[in-house]
Design a protein around this ligand. Structure first.
Ligand SMILES: Cc1cc2nc3c(=O)[nH]c(=O)nc-3n(C[C@H](O)[C@H](O)[C@H](O)COP(=O)(O)OP(=O)(O)OC[C@H]3O[C@@H](n4cnc5c(N)ncnc54)[C@H](O)[C@@H]3O)c2cc1C
Length: 381
């Protein structure tokens, strides 16, 4: 295999054109930087974001063990609407942002106990979900025939991650920057004050100089060899279904077993499994069956919809299930490990990384997410 070095040196090279890579790219071009996004597939076909449901749920997803993540999630939710409007305006494309809120519903007594526990935790955190009765649920969502009670989280939102990816890409290219597809980065070498990025394109190994590199390759981030970086990354496989037909719901609906995300165009996303199975790309009949059984229990009308797609995605999970956002070494930034919340966390990740890259300002919100936090542990192992 031949190795060729491109003479052109780029300002910022972003590795990965998924949700986080493109969000960071859109932020940097807004601040006047020139970026080159290198994406391994065509159309970000492998990105977890193409499978993601697009729930923006800092309250429903709030995690007792990670208050620092809840703070970051709430900060992202607070800027989301304006960010989505800005991306839509700059790209000329709709992102499918909707402010409908979430209903978390119980179908039986065990569900009710689980939801009560969640509500008590959210209440302690100052979040305020509202209890809803069987009758109120029936008024809000008549198609939820079997719900016996639950809670309403009016502050949750949703977005269509596929539309958002397209809009982010358009934002970047309209600003004169590049998204280069079919380019798999294999290594980042420190080269004096800059970097030498090594990649494979159409069977040839090539290299490119970059002043600054941002590693945002999702669940594959640990596969890119980079001096000064140790990321204990693993993929957590998720299977989700896309159905289409009459619009049955207006809110995002969750039970403790399944979630249902309706879109205005008649799509309904049903998800999702959480599997420790490496990069296994198969859709399992049993998992599809389980999702459909749980979905029809909550929403019997699902039986009449058309099953359009069974999707697989790989959530990027670091050992502590927290993202890594910040500087790994001079000239190398990291934005990865967003696990279950990368769509929600995209605006705040882009904003805070933009502050760090363009103004040298590190927001205190980032303190818990330093990419170097695994270094000492990895060195001892
Ligand atoms: C079933 C499912 C449902 C989800 N639902 C939600 C949800 O409702 N809300 C939410 O907030 N989050 C959700 N998520 C999580 C969300 O999708 C991820 O957190 C988010 O996509 C992570 O963004 P990322 O850019 O790090 O990774 P990805 O979106 O996976 O993008 C990584 C990109 O890097 C590219 N790449 C990989 N290796 C290389 C390389 N060597 N060189 C160049 N390019 C490379 C890949 O091709 C890919 O396009 C869900 C995930 C799944 C699987």
């Amino acid at each position: 295999m031949s190795t060729a070095t491109e003479s052109r040196s780029v300002d910022v090279c972003i590795i990965g054109g998924g949700m986080i890579g493109l969000a960071v790219a859109a932020e940097l071009v807004r601040r006047g930087r020139e970026v080159c996004v290198l994406e391994a597939t065509v159309g970000s076909a492998d990105a977890a974001a193409r499978t993601a449901a697009g729930m923006l749920a800092p309250v429903s997803e709030a995690d007792l063990s990670h208050p620092e993540l809840t703070r970051l999630s709430l900060a992202s939710a607070a800027i989301y609407e304006q960010w989505a409007q800005d991306i839509a305006a700059r790209s000329g494309l709709d992102t499918g942002y909707e402010a409908t809120g979430t209903l978390i519903v119980a179908l039986h007594r065990d569900h009710m106990a689980e939801i009560e526990h969640l509500r008590a935790f959210q209440h302690d955190r100052g979040l305020a979900p509202e209890p809803v009765t069987r009758r109120e649920i029936r008024e809000l969502e008549p198609a939820l025939a079997n719900a016996i009670g639950g809670i309403r989280v009016p502050g949750d939102r949703q977005i269509d991650p596929r539309r958002l990816l397209a809009a982010l890409r358009e934002t970047v290219t309209r600003a004169g920057s590049t998204v280069r597809e079919g380019v798999r980065v294999t290594a980042i070498h420190s080269d004096g004050p800059s970097n030498l990025v090594e990649f494979e394109e159409q069977g040839a190994t090539q290299t490119m100089h970059a002043q600054l590199v941002v590693l945002a390759a999702g669940a594959w981030s640990g596969q890119v060899a980079a001096s000064g970086l140790a990321l204990p990354m693993r993929p957590v496989k998720g299977q989700a279904l896309r159905l289409r037909g009459e619009r049955l719901l207006h809110h995002v609906v969750r039970t403790p077993d399944v979630y249902l995300v309706p879109r205005t165009d008649g799509e309904l996303v049903v998800g999702a499994t959480m599997e420790e199975n490496g990069f296994d790309r198969d859709s399992r009949a049993g998992d599809v069956l389980d999702l459909l059984v749980e979905a029809t229990r909550a929403l019997p009308g699902v039986r009449e919809l058309t099953l359009m797609e069974c999707n697989i995605g790989f959530r990027p999970a670091l050992r502590d299930h927290l993202p890594a956002i910040g500087e790994a070494r001079p000239g190398l930034m990291v934005a990865t490990g967003h696990f279950r919340d990368g769509v929600l966390l995209a605006p705040i990740t882009a904003r805070l990384l933009g502050d760090l890259i363009c103004d040298g300002r590190s927001d205190p919100l980032l303190a818990a997410f330093a990419p170097g936090r695994f270094q000492a542990v990895e060195a001892r192992a």
